[in-house]
Structure formats: C-alpha cells, structure tokens
Design a protein around this ligand. Structure first.
Ligand SMILES: [Zn+2]
Ligand SMILES: [Zn+2]
Length: 254
C-alpha cells in the first residue's frame, strides 16, 4: 500500500510524507522542529519513523526546518549538489547527493527525480513508486516543460502546485518586483498553468489529486479546485487542497 499526507503547504512552509510499506520519507521541511514534530504527531507519526528527507530546493519554505530535524533525529537528507551548495547550515555528514536525472531507491520506494524551472540553484521534484503505483509531486515551477509532462504522465496520484490566480496576483498587494517573480517563468505555477499541465498529460490512472502551495494572498481553494476539476472533467469534491495550517490527512492508494 502507498499513502501520502501533508504536514502543511504554502509560502509559509511545506512538507509532505510519502509512504510505501515500511518506508516513509518527508519531502521538504519548512517548519521548525517542534512544529514539525507536532504536525507529524497529527498524522500518527514521530520523526524517528522517517527514513529520509528529500529536498526539492533551497528556499526557506522548503529547506528552513531540514537541518535541525535531520541533526536532531539523525535522518539522511537527499538533494542535488546545487541545493547542497546553496545550503548554509548543511549537516554534511547526513547529505546524500543525487542527480536530478537518475532514479534512486530508498528501501521500498523507487524515486525518479526530475529538474524543474524555478529560481533556485538546482531545483528538482520527485515521482515515487512501489513498482506498481506512481505518486508524482510538483511544486515551485514557473513553467511546464515537455520533460515534466512526460515524467508526470500516468500517475495514480498527483500533488501539484496551484499557486496563484493571475488576475488576483495582478490586482493584489505584492510589490511589482515580487509579482513579476511569482508570475515569471522561474516562479510559481498559476491555476491556469497547473490545469494546463493536467490537460496535457495522461490522467487515465489518476485516483488522487491534491492541490498544493496555494497562495493565501493571490488564490482561493474554490478557484483552484474549479480549474482543476474543469481540466479533468470531474466534480471539485473529488479533489482536495493541502492547507498551510491543517496540511492534508492521509490519502491511500490501495
Ligand atoms: Zn521556491
Ligand atoms: Zn515554495
């Protein structure tokens, strides 16, 4: 059985858990140590249940809590060389460097990393498999490449960034420079871009879609859910949003 959950997702902190059999990994950790332990507990886990932390890139909402969590619980951290180079307080003895083009294995999980366009040193995202099912994770990408479409096709579950509504970003309170960064090709996926990705890949096996990294300023769950539902031709109640505070409770792939 595979299952996944979120400790939380959004610009103030991100962390997801992916589990297959007895293997459990955390994707990113943008929360402080006590907060992370509290949120893990909410999911029935303790930090000692984690076999690895996989990092997508060095931005604080993804990497900010990783060093303390890894050191305190002696958890290995998998990441690209570029991300490691950009990480100031890296626990080098716990770092395991990967190529964003090569599959690797952590116990029961096969993990396919893939590069994404984002304004970080060497950002990558991950697709997880137990050999039969596939769970694709994507956050923090400014645009969608053909390679991303290929890697994310035919997944059983997708955890996808729906960051902002373009009109809300335009009319919102962010300074011009930040608006350009978020909306740019190395920024974050808009609802329309994320929905376009779903419309451009094989979703025939898809049983779970979790929308993630929603901006609290420039988006609403209702807007994101309605665009995702339209792209898939389903009703919005079939879909879920990962929340900044509440995260997302376990979803099982039987
Ligand atoms: Zn980022
Ligand atoms: Zn982020």
């Amino acid at each position: 059985m595979m299952r996944f959950a979120y400790l939380g997702s959004g610009s103030k902190g991100n962390a997801a858990v992916i589990e297959s059999g007895a293997t459990r990994v955390l994707v990113d950790c943008g929360f402080g140590l006590r907060e992370t332990e509290k949120r893990l507990q909410r999911l029935g886990l303790s930090a000692d249940d984690l076999d690895a932390i996989l990092v997508t890139h060095e931005h604080d909402d993804h990497l900010g809590g990783v060093a303390r969590l890894a050191r305190h619980h002696q958890i290995p951290v998998w990441l690209t060389r570029g991300t490691l180079a950009a990480w100031r307080d890296a626990p080098l003895e716990l770092a395991r460097c990967i190529s964003p083009h090569e599959m690797f294995i952590i116990d029961d999980l096969q993990i396919q990393p893939y590069p994404v366009p984002h304004d970080a040193r060497e950002p990558c995202q991950y697709v997880f498999s137990d050999g039969a099912r596939r769970v694709g994770v994507l956050s923090d990408a400014g645009s969608v490449t053909p390679h991303m479409r290929a890697v994310l096709s035919a997944c059983d579950a997708l955890l996808i960034e729906f960051n902002h509504d373009v009109a809300m970003l335009e009319a919102g309170p962010y300074p011009e420079s930040l608006k350009r960064r978020v909306g740019g090709s190395l920024g974050h996926l808009s609802n329309v871009q994320a929905a376009g990705l779903l419309g451009g890949i094989d979703c025939s096996r898809l049983r779970h879609l979790a929308l993630a990294h929603l901006s609290e300023t420039n988006n609403t769950p209702q807007l994101a859910l309605s665009l995702a539902a339209a792209a898939l031709g389903c009703t919005p109640d079939w879909l879920v949003c990962a929340d900044q505070e509440a995260g997302l409770d376990w979803r099982e792939l039987s």
